[in-house]
Design a binder for this molecule. Structure first.
Ligand code: PEP
Ligand code: MN
Length: 260
C-alpha cells in the first residue's frame, strides 16, 4: 500500500494537532471553541455530529444541523474540520457540507460490515480518513479497516490510538496497550499515528502525561477534546478541557523528531 501525506501542508517536524469538543451541542459552543483555537497551531477542529453512545438515552448527537456550524468554523475561524462517520448517510451528508477530513470511530472499526459500508460510500472520493482502533485490542481488525478504506481508493489515511476497553479497575478509561500502536506503526511506517489522549484517559489530570508518552513513542500527533465549559458538556464531560487548558498543555508537550 502506498499512502499520500494525510495533510499536504504539514511539515514533518511538527505534530499533527486535532482539537475540539466531543460533540457539537450548540452553534455558540462550537464557534466559541473554534474561535479560541483559531491561529494557535491546531491542524484540525474535531466535533462529533452523530454520537455512538454505549447506552441509549444519552445525547446521540445534534445531527445534520451541526454540519452547518462546522462550515462556519471553516469560514470564521479558518480551521479545517473533521467529524465521525459510521454509515452511508453520514458520508454523503459530511461530503455535501464540505467536511475536510472524516474519521471512523472505535465502534465502527470493530465491525467490518460498517467499515465496508463507509468504504463503499467513499469510492471515487478523495478525502483524508482517520481510522480509530477498534474498542477491543484486535490488531487484525484495525489493519482490516485500513485495508478496506484503502481499497476504496482513499490514500490519505491516518490512524488514531484511543485505547482499548477493559472490564475492571484501571486508571484509564480505555487502556493504551501501547504495543499494538507500536506494531501498527511498524507495519505501516508511512501512516501517521495520532494519540487520542482524551478517550484513553477519560479524565483530565493525566491527559498531558499520556500525550507526552505517545510523542515519546514517535507518535505523529494528538487529538484532544476541548470544550468551553467541560463540566457541563453533553458527552464525555470528565475528560474535556477548556481551550486555555488545551493551549497550555500544547505548549508543554515536547515533540522530538523521529531519529530513524
Ligand atoms: C469520540 O471521538 O468522541 C468518540 C466517540 O470516540 P471513540 O470512537 O474513540 O469512542
Ligand atoms: Mn468523546
Amino acid at each position: 500500500m502506498t499512502f499520500k501525506p494525510l495533510l499536504e501542508e504539514k511539515p514533518a517536524n511538527k505534530p499533527i494537532i486535532i482539537a475540539g469538543p466531543c460533540s457539537a451541542e450548540t452553534e455558540e459552543q462550537v464557534l466559541t471553541t473554534a474561535r479560541a483555537l483559531a491561529g494557535k497551531g491546531v491542524d484540525l477542529f474535531r466535533s462529533g455530529i452523530w454520537k455512538p453512545r454505549t447506552r441509549p438515552g444519552a445525547f446521540e448527537g445534534i445531527g445534520t444541523e451541526g454540519l452547518g456550524w462546522l462550515r462556519k468554523v471553516k469560514e470564521e475561524a479558518g480551521l479545517k474540520v473533521t467529524t465521525e462517520v459510521a454509515n452511508t448517510q453520514h458520508v454523503f451528508e459530511a461530503l455535501k457540507h464540505q467536511i475536510d477530513v472524516l474519521w471512523l470511530g472505535a465502534r465502527t472499526t470493530v465491525n467490518p460490515f460498517s467499515v465496508q459500508e463507509v468504504a463503499d460510500a467513499l469510492k471515487g472520493v478523495d478525502i483524508p480518513v482517520l481510522i480509530k482502533n477498534p474498542i477491543n485490542p484486535d490488531f487484525k481488525l484495525w489493519v482490516g479497516a485500513i485495508e478496506r478504506i484503502y481499497k476504496a481508493g482513499i490514500t490519505r489515511i491516518g490512524v488514531i490510538h484511543r485505547g482499548f476497553s477493559y472490564h475492571g479497575e484501571t486508571k484509564y478509561r480505555n487502556v493504551p496497550r501501547w504495543q499494538l500502536a507500536i506494531d501498527l506503526k511498524r507495519e505501516f511506517p508511512d501512516l501517521p499515528i495520532i494519540c487520542d489522549n482524551s478517550h484513553i484517559c477519560g479524565r483530565r489530570d493525566i491527559l498531558q502525561t499520556v500525550a507526552q508518552k505517545a510523542l515519546d513513542l514517535n507518535f505523529d500527533g494528538y487529538m484532544t477534546e476541548v470544550h468551553p465549559d467541560p463540566d457541563n458538556a453533553w458527552s464525555d464531560a470528565a475528560q474535556q478541557i477548556t481551550p486555555a487548558q488545551f493551549l497550555e498543555m500544547k505548549e508543554q508537550l515536547i515533540f522530538r523528531q523521529p531519529t530513524t
